[in-house]
Design a binder for this molecule. Sequence first.
Ligand code: PHE
Ligand code: FE
Length: 286
Amino acid sequence: MSLDGHALTPPPGSRADWTIDQDWAAYSPGEHQVWMTLYQRQAAQLPGRACDAFLNGLAALDLDRGGIPDFNQINAELGRLTGWSVVAVPGLVPDAVFFEHLANRRFPAGRFIRGPEQLDYLQEPDVFHDVFGHVPMLTDPTFADYMEAYGRGGLRALNQGQLHNLARLYWYTVEFGLLDTPQGLRIYGAGIVSSHAESRFALDDPSPNRLGFDLERLMRTPYRIDDFQQVYFVIRSLRALLDATLQDFGPVYQRLAEAHDVPIAAIKATDRVLTRGTQAYALARN
Ligand code: PHE
Ligand code: FE
């Protein structure tokens, strides 16, 4: 999502809502090859790691037709399943524009793809992160409703100057969320499923804390954008996530204004601890 709160005008060539054509025919063979390399690595690694909603969505959307998918083809199936669509944007868009799209069941996706020398790390979300990472979950009816509700909540938080806490909810759920299942922990966050290394680290590494989802506790927790997460929040079900966010956040924001942030690697007496992390990875990097 955009971290940019300024009211900017769209760049030349973009529509008023910042969308552009995907221009699928303009991708080069090398760009399609990058998609296929990334797709195959993750498709091989994610069974038993990503949650069923993600894996089912990935299969339903048929994102492996031999290269970067054509948004028109995705949208035919996605629209039928949950009424969502993917729209191309030139890069990060202002928060208000981003939320407005989500509130209308449109997911803004970058159309560019990383270069072959950047398979593992890039700063701006590209089409692989945005489409492979985010779009499969949008085939799930409950998650689809959550994302629309987030868009509406984002517009509201923006008007009230409360985006700070709400952005953490996006980060620790949509981007880096884990789900508890009878078979074990599974990934649903787009930032994890689209990362070859973090899709192992998030589940297997002894370093990070894994804590039960608690809305206000999570909203008090800062996050890092430059490295693997030091804490993951684990939901019991997608339905439980949606239910926890149906309440009016007005009183939540009021309470948060009085509360201190929780240090990123802290564990509180009230936390439901799934893993007490060693933080060895983070300590070695600092
Ligand atoms: N219930 C939130 C509010 O009142 C909206 C919201 C829903 C925010 C889902 C995030 C996710 O603002
Ligand atoms: Fe993302």
